[in-house]
Write a protein that binds this ligand. Structure first.
Ligand SMILES: Nc1ncnc2c1ncn2[C@@H]1O[C@H](COP(=O)(O)OP(=O)(O)OP(=O)(O)O)[C@@H](O)[C@H]1O
Ligand SMILES: [Mg+2]
Length: 379
């Protein structure tokens, strides 16, 4: 297929056409096998490695599309079970609508709690869900209805719950036990969970005392392999009559810890900086980084402004160092004129919780590499 209208093949938005999606063959086959054998899977990785992209890629596979109905549900915006139910109910509804099925009667039969909110457009006959979150008075009942409905379908379903760690924040009691019992009752619906807060995800799925223990198999999504990513980037440059030296790709791969989103951002900018017929070299790299950071500068300032002064100073210190092991050591506290080890400790906790700082192999660093570079240069 030709994509003449695509000017830059390094896609940094959510929907990546298959032609611009890099590899993940092994992972996709593994997931297909899991699903075909009725196993639930939880995908974990550091942020921006490609979990969501992988799920979409999986759902686009012919073998999946032909045999399953797929539901992708991002529960990140949900802060309660009620909101999660609403998002899930909506996505089931939208999916049904997109498929233009004749199954509205079955939907209404099962989804009693959402039924009242559906209106059919008088002219087009299009159904619309007009119910608000507040209409879900008993989330557990709605949830049960949704799962019963999925189970009643003649085609097995796959439900992907992205950002699943979010359930740990819900205020309601016994969420995990409730979800587990519903999921366990499903005979022909398979679940994919995914999340980037590895600690929380591990606690949910790997603690013996928690309901989800042994209810899903863990898939640790690794970075794309260096040779695979190099071949991918080289090929895309070549397709547009451009070249890139492999040393540039290698440098990006190392500097950004092989994290897909950062590599794609850099490649996107490097591609833009390379004229037709030209070769991208290490000299372009500095400029590309500068350009990306410049666009984000306003958002970095805002992120700094919402921190307390102690958190801000600690973040600036970590940014300045690049990566630090002993954040509470006397030497570090003194060097950066931070108040004391205990204030550093509490500021660090907040920065980690908010995912502004990451613990990486025993070293602390600013989670967003570009933000880190910016701090390094500006403080
Ligand atoms: N295999 C791939 N080929 C090309 N681009 C990819 C691939 N996987 C992911 N990307 C791109 O990398 C970025 C990050 O991917 P994605 O959003 O899937 O990561 P994630 O692990 O879900 O991140 P988060 O933890 O922040 O939700 C996206 O912009 C996506 O377009
Ligand atoms: Mg994601």
């Amino acid at each position: 297929m030709k994509y003449n209208n695509i000017i830059n093949p390094f896609i940094i938005s959510k929907d990546i056409p298959e032609a611009f999606f890099c590899d993940r063959e092994e992972e996709t086959n593994f997931l297909i096998k899991q699903i075909d054998n009725g196993r639930n899977t939880v995908i974990v990785s550091p942020r921006r490695m490609g979990k969501t992209g992988l799920i979409h890629h999986l759902f686009r596979q012919e073998t999946i599309q032909e045999r399953y109905t797929t539901f992708f549900v991002d529960i990140y915006p949900a802060s309660s079970l009620q909101e999660m139910c609403y998002i899930l109910g909506r996505s089931v509804f939208e999916r049904l609508k997109a498929k233009k099925t004749q199954h509205w009667e079955t939907f209404f039969q099962y989804m009693k709690s959402l039924r009242a909110g559906v209106r059919f457009d008088a002219v087009t006959g299009e159904p619309k869900l007009e119910v608000g979150i507040g209409a879900i008075e008993q989330p557990a009942t709605t949830l049960e209805e949704i799962f019963d409905y999925l189970e009643s379908s003649s085609i097995p379903c796959i439900v992907a719950l992205d950002e699943f760690q979010q359930i740990a924040e819900f205020p309601e009691q016994r969420i995990e036990a409730l979800l587990r019992s519903m999921i366990q009752n499903c005979r022909q619906t398979t679940f994919l969970f995914s999340g980037s807060k590895q600690h929380t995800i591990n606690q949910i799925f790997l603690s013996k005392s928690r309901p989800f223990y042994q209810n899903a198999q863990l898939m640790d999504l690794k970075p794309l392999k260096p040779d695979v990513y190099t071949a991918f980037a080289t090929r895309l440059f070549a397709q547009y009559d451009k070249q890139i030296e492999s040393s540039v790709i290698a440098q990006v791969y190392t500097d950004y810890h092989a994290t897909t989103w950062y590599m794609q951002m850099l490649m996107n900018e490097l591609f833009a900086l390379t004229g037709p017929g030209d070769t991208c070299t290490l000299e372009h790299l500095n400029q590309a980084q500068k350009n990306i950071i410049q666009v984000q500068e306003g958002s970095y300032m805002m992120q700094l402004n919402i921190l307390s002064s102690k958190q801000k100073r600690l973040l600036q210190a970590i940014g300045k160092e690049g990566s630090v092991k002993a954040v509470t050591s006397q030497a570090f506290v003194k060097k950066h004129a931070l108040d004391s080890a205990s204030t550093v400790q509490s500021a660090l906790r907040v920065l980690l919780e908010k995912d502004i700082v990451t613990a990486d192999n025993g070293q602390y660093r600013v989670s967003d590499f570009f933000f880190g570079h910016w701090l390094q240069e500006n403080y």
